[in-house]
Design a protein around this ligand. Sequence first.
Ligand code: UDX
Length: 433
Amino acid sequence: MKITMIGSGYVGLVSGACFADFGHDVVCVDKDESKIAALKEGRIPIFEPGLDALVSSNAAVGRLSFTTDLAQAVADADAVFIAVGTPSRRGDGHADLSYVYAAAEEIAQALTKFTVIVDKSTVPVGTGDEVERIIRGANPDAEFAVVSNPEFLREGAAIDDFKRPDRVVIGGDDPRGLEVMREIYRPLVLGRSPIIEMSRRGAELTKYAGNAFLATKITFINEIADLCEKVGADVQEVARGIGLDNRIGSKFLHAGPGYGGSCFPKDTLALLKTSQDYEAPQRIVEAVVAVNDNRKRAMGRKVIQACGGDVRDKTIAVLGLTFKPNTDDMRDSPAIAIVQTLQDAGATVRAYDPEGVEQAQKVLTDVVYCDNPYIAMEGADALAIVTEWDAFRALDLSRVKSLLKEPIFVDLRNIYPRDIIEKAGFHYTAVGR
Ligand code: UDX
């Protein structure tokens, strides 16, 4: 199949490279000339494990190419995926669909034969209808079908998620459109990934409902963690105790500093906007958003408490800044609020992150960025682990102890057993334990 990806950001690039790896012919389009020039030279603008190798091997055999010429790329395609950004609109939290609609206008002008337009961007219910209306209006003779195909990729594990998905969701009712989609995803059938077809609106809502549910699960265990601290229970034991119930499942029950990233914060807000528009309140999701927002600064205060309630003129070593490991993404990372809370209270922050420093520098000023975890700890009064990068899981504890002025060890991701840290002579603070 000939596939065109409009938008060579995170989703477009990962999806495009994986489709090419399945043997499809893929062209990735972007308006950003410098990004396309870089991609042509094999330079990848984002950090995602395995992506550079996948892009270069498929580009080398000619199955993956990059262009700024949308019209040419669309004219040849069997399917055109819209994978442009849908950021939260400033002010009201609605998903900003201007890039999606602009892409639809441009695609409409370039259609030459029956083409499936696939919405991969995360878009509110009804966007597919609007895309169809735009294309019909701009090019009344065009032959096309609009299909929704939400992505469920996790940053840091995106290639594996794409190639071995729990499911693929395809929304639409045009038989020709569905036929093309089945062909595109046929390589996954061997791996027995379920490919489920449903209405277009159903597919659009599935994406938001899925992310809102996962955000709810995390927030639920985070509140249980708070209760554990009060009643003297261990949230990891409770999470295991409930997670082994198949109806609940053990994933996404890790208590921590709150969820962040490019999806959960944005998609939960957009779902609330849709719920208001359709007068179907989503009170659980409303609570999740509010609880998670409060939690991030509360985690900063937790570090302050661990330091005896006052961090004025103290130095805190922060390990991990990105919203989760294996990404350089700082969007809505809990580390932002945590570092700012510490700074507001008068602390100096020395920080280390394996990949996130470049992005962090754009949002967090006055931080001393260090080249490795131990340099960050030099002369610090306390250590706080904020993101659970593998590199922090086996720190040399005696070295840590000799570098810190006070043996204060705050583990906001619960990666260490309490007894080991306490035996090494630290005061250990974790989440919900
Ligand atoms: C998420 C969804 O998982 C993915 O399906 C969707 O396509 C995009 O949004 P992503 O944002 O990459 O993916 O990260 P994810 O691994 O889901 O983690 C999101 C946030 O939740 C992170 O801040 C993470 O630290 C936090 N989290 C996750 C927890 O605090 N506890 C958990 O148990 C799981």
